[in-house]
Every structure is written in C-alpha cells, then in structure tokens.
Design a protein around this ligand. Structure first.
Ligand SMILES: Cc1cc2nc3c(=O)[nH]c(=O)nc-3n(C[C@H](O)[C@H](O)[C@H](O)COP(=O)(O)OP(=O)(O)OC[C@H]3O[C@@H](n4cnc5c(N)ncnc54)[C@H](O)[C@@H]3O)c2cc1C
Length: 488
C-alpha cells in the first residue's frame, strides 16, 4: 500500500495551501482530489482579503496573485457603510479582486513546483484509523496509508462525516443563484435589496456580467437553468436585460455551520470542511487558507517527532474561535442585507455608530482578518497577534520581516544587543537574526504599541514570545512551540 506522512482529502484552496506548507517543511504529503484538473465549474470567491494576501506574502508568492488581480480600496459594505482599510498599518491595505478560478490556478502552479503528490480524478470514500496511522480508502478501490489525514474536502466533507464529527449550526434562511452571463441589454449595475435579501449585477473582466439573485423558495435541489435565472431577474428587476447565455449558474445558501471539533485522533479538518456560511463578506477562502497555515507547521513538527501530538490541540483551540467569529460576521451581514422596516432601522443605527472612527476600524479589521488574536496568555499586545511586515536593517542590508518567513520556519528576531539571545539549542529549527528597527510599532485597531527588544515569530506569522530586554520566558516559549532543546 502506498504510504505518505500526510494525506489531504481535497485540493481546493485549503488543501493546496496545506500541501505547500507541509512540502516546505519537507514532509511527504499527498492530495487526493475529485476533479481531474483545477478548473471550477461554478462561480465562487471573487477576491482575496488583506490578511490572506499577507499570508501569501509570508511565503513569497503574493506577487503572483497581485500580478493578475485588481487592487480595490473600498470593498463591500457593513450596514451600508463602505469598508476600506487604506489607513491600516499593512502593506496590503486593500482587497485583491481575482476570481477563485485564477486563485486556484496560481496556487496549483506553486504547489506544482513543490514535492507534492496529487492523485486526481478520485474521491476519498472513507478511512479507518488506529493508534499509529490512518488507512484512506479511494473511489478507485486503492488505499493509501498515512500518519495523518486532513479533510479539506469542502462543506459536504466526506472526511468530517466519516469521522462522526458534529456539524452544528443554522439551516439556510435564503437561497440565491450566482451566475456568469452574457447580456444584450445594458443591465443596471450594483447591489439592490428587497425584503428577502440582496440581488446584484457586476461587470466581469471580459464583458460578461456576474449576477446574484435570490430564489423565492428554499430547499430547491434541481440544477438551476438559464430560464430560472431569467424568471428571477424579471421578478426583481422587471427585465432580464437580454440574458443570452451563461458560463456558469449555481446555487448557494446562507447555511451556517461549524465542526464541533477540528480534530479527532489522527484526522483533522480545515477550510469549508470545518465551517460553512454565507459568502457575504468574502470570508470563506481566506479563512481556509489561514487554517492551513496555522495547521501546516504544527502537523509537520508532530510528524517529524519534534513536538508531541498535543501541539495539534492548539490548532482547534486557535482556529475554532476564529471560525466562530467568521460565522457570526456573515450571519450579521446576511441579516443586515434585508430591507424591511425593522432591519432598516437597525442598519441606520449601526451605520451611525460606524461613523465613529474606532468602530469602523474594528469592523473593517474583522472583515480583513487583521485583528486575529490567538490567546497565548497575558503580556505584550503583540503576543498571539500577527507580526507586522517591518523594514529591518541587518548586517547584510535592508530586509522585510515577511521575507524571513518564506521557508515557513520559526524566526527569533533580536532587535537588542547583537548576539544577546542564545537559541543554540534550537538552532536546527529556529532561525535567529539580529536586526535594527527604529520605526513605529503599529498594530491594526490597537494603534501604537511599545517597541519590543525581540520577538519569536511562528511560521504562521503570529508572535509566540515578546522580549522586554531580558530572555525571560524565551526557553519556555521555544520548547512549547518548537520542541525540546537539543541536548548537545
Ligand atoms: C457563491 C460563492 C461565493 C463565494 N465568494 C467568496 C468570496 O468572495 N471570498 C471568499 O473568501 N470565499 C468565497 N466563497 C467561499 C469559498 O469559495 C470557499 O470558502 C473555498 O472554496 C473553500 O475552500 P476549501 O478548499 O476549503 O473547499 P473547496 O473549495 O470546496 O474545495 C474542496 C475540494 O475537495 C474536493 N473534494 C470534495 N470531496 C472530495 C472527496 N471525497 N475526495 C477528494 N476530493 C474531494 C473538491 O473537488 C474540491 O476541490 C464563496 C463561495 C460560494 C459558493
């Protein structure tokens, strides 16, 4: 039976990102993907939000996406208030408009440069796990043996169901069709609301139009057709604008659910397999990519026996609350999109509150993923938050912090006396670098924070320890996150 250290079910954005993280950590990883190629049959994400672009920047591949997308400074809205983060302390203070088809193609191109095995055109149909590994069953009758199986197989995850992991949440309140179409007429562009929800028409890059329109009934299971789309458009806009043909038509709902546990033994969940919600706010793809970046280095260290299995518990502990917040955000967005008198009253009050600068920043940071804070205990505000991409000066010249993270390895950044911190016992795992930084330390929403003398940065870009002129707590943090010190 073919063996891999890790098998990933599903090669969508989450599975691809996780495979890249594991391959960078030199772990033998394979993806099993149902689709024969990377093309998507339906229209899905239309862009990348700030923290996701930062995460890709941490791996040195953000430029590939930036080269093909379009920078948008004001995107979407919350309670009718346009959201933008131009004034935020990040290099990527915008949204990158780029459709999921392109995002997946670029991700797959990157993964293709790394040592990742991909079994295409087959499904994971089930698995059996024991104390030392997992036997993964495939639809072609073959099996794969792995130490760990990660279900990145989307909202209807076979892995989640076979693992018996509960998926509590809320049934849909709305159902919509989303399509990419050609129209002979001049459609009225933009978003409109009525008492059930939102309908919108926007231009695509090639003269076609993207359409989202709500359905009158919930629970329809038949494949939507051009006639269905035309009928719905006529019902809400009085015309179908000469709707001629569609490259894709599909249905989505605001079903909102989250896996009760992101891990059972040697089986883990990430991305839509762990959480589903309305696409409003564009939160899904980025949340999955960031799940992968939180899990990848931890799983690599456990597979390499550098860290105990209990490190994997921090994946659920850190990412489940983030997922729960995303669900809350999207439920609020869905509720606020309705146009009845009571919701209008609520929207106006929230819009008024969002005219307060701090309130707007809080909501915008939440949507952009720039406020994520893992609970790593009391201490400096940086602890558990994303490391800013500072411009450093080193003995070898200027250097950006995120360049230090390209190899997905931990970094100890010493900004105090050169050579003042001793990490020799972790030298095989942690890259130590002396540098100077004289600029401001500014975090999204929190603003200016005290300059630390050193920071220990995890491979996912979150800060695991903050120095205050001493090395108090450093050895403990290194051991907790990156394993026991070398005895030699
Ligand atoms: C209409 C719509 C609009 C959206 N808009 C946005 C947006 O603007 N921004 C945003 O961030 N997100 C958006 N999303 C959400 C986004 O598309 C998902 O969150 C994202 O695709 C999740 O990635 P994933 O890899 O976790 O799952 P998926 O993309 O669902 O990938 C799962 C993969 O697993 C494969 N697979 C499934 N079952 C098996 C199996 N048993 N064996 C092997 N392979 C399997 C599938 O073929 C697929 O490739 C939108 C979604 C929809 C439906």
């Amino acid at each position: 039976m073919t063996e891999h250290a890790v098998v990933i079910a599903g090669g969508g954005p989450t599975g691809m990102m996780l495979a890249a993280e594991l391959a960078l950590a030199k772990v033998d990883v394979a993806i099993v993907e149902r689709r024969a190629g990377q093309d998507l049959a339906t229209s899905r994400s239309r862009g990348l939000l700030s923290r996701t672009i930062e995460v890709l920047d941490q791996r040195g591949v953000a430029d590939r996406f930036l080269a093909e997308g379009r920078v948008v400074h004001v995107w979407g809205d919350f309670a009718g208030v346009p959201m933008g983060i131009s004034d935020f302390p990040t290099r990527h203070n915008y949204v990158l408009a780029l459709s999921q088809n392109h995002i997946e193609r670029i991700l797959a191109g990157w993964v293709g440069e790394l040592p990742v095995t991909i079994y295409r055109g087959r499904d994971v149909t089930g698995f059996a796990q024991d104390d030392v590994g997992v036997e993964v069953e495939l639809s072609d009758g073959a099996s794969l043996r792995a130490e760990y199986l990660v279900g990145c197989d989307g909202g209807r995850s076979r892995v989640r169901k076979a693992a018996g992991i509960d998926f509590p949440g809320w049934d849909p309140a709305t159902s919509s069709l989303i399509a990419e179409v050609e129209m002979d007429g001049e459609p009225e562009l933009g978003v409109q609301r009525d008492d059930k929800g939102v309908h919108a028409i926007g231009p695509l890059e090639d003269g076609r139009f993207g359409v989202v329109v709500r359905e009158e009934q919930l629970g329809q299971t038949d494949e939507p057709t051009l006639q269905d789309l035309s009928r719905l458009l006529v019902a809400v806009r009085g015309t179908d604008y000469g709707l001629r043909s569609a490259t894709s038509i599909s249905r989505f709902t605001d079903t909102t659910r989250q896996a009760a546990s992101y891990r059972t033994g040697r089986v883990l969940l990430a991305g839509d397999a762990a959480h589903v919600h309305s696409p409003m706010g564009g939160q899904g793809l980025g949340t999955g990519v960031q799940d992968a970046v939180n899990l990848g280095w931890k799983l690599a260290q456990v597979v390499k026996r550098t860290s105990p299995q209990s490190l994997l518990d921090t994946y659920h502990a850190e990412r489940h609350p983030v997922g729960a917040r995303v669900l809350q955000t999207t439920m609020a967005l869905t509720a606020l999109a309705r146009e009845d008198a009571r919701v209008s009253a609520l929207r106006e009050i929230i819009a008024d509150l969002l005219s307060v600068e701090d309130a707007r920043k809080r909501v915008a940071a939440r949507l952009a993923g720039l406020d994520i804070h893992y609970d790593l205990g009391e201490g400096h505000p940086l602890l558990g938050r994303r490391m800013p991409d500072l411009d450093l000066m080193t003995a070898d010249g200027p250097l950006r912090v995120y360049i230090l993270l390209h190899e997905a390895r931990p970094v100890l950044l010493n900004l105090g006396d050169p050579g003042g911190l001793d990490v020799a016992a972790w030298a095989d795992r942690v890259r130590a670098i002396d540098a100077e930084y004289l600029g401001p330390w500014e975090l999204p929403v929190l603003g200016a924070v005290t300059a630390p003398t050193a920071v220990l940065i995890r491979p996912d870009g979150h800060v695991a320890w903050v120095g205050d002129g001493t090395d108090d707590g450093l050895a403990g943090a290194l051991t907790a996150w990156f394993g026991q010190p070398d005895a030699t």
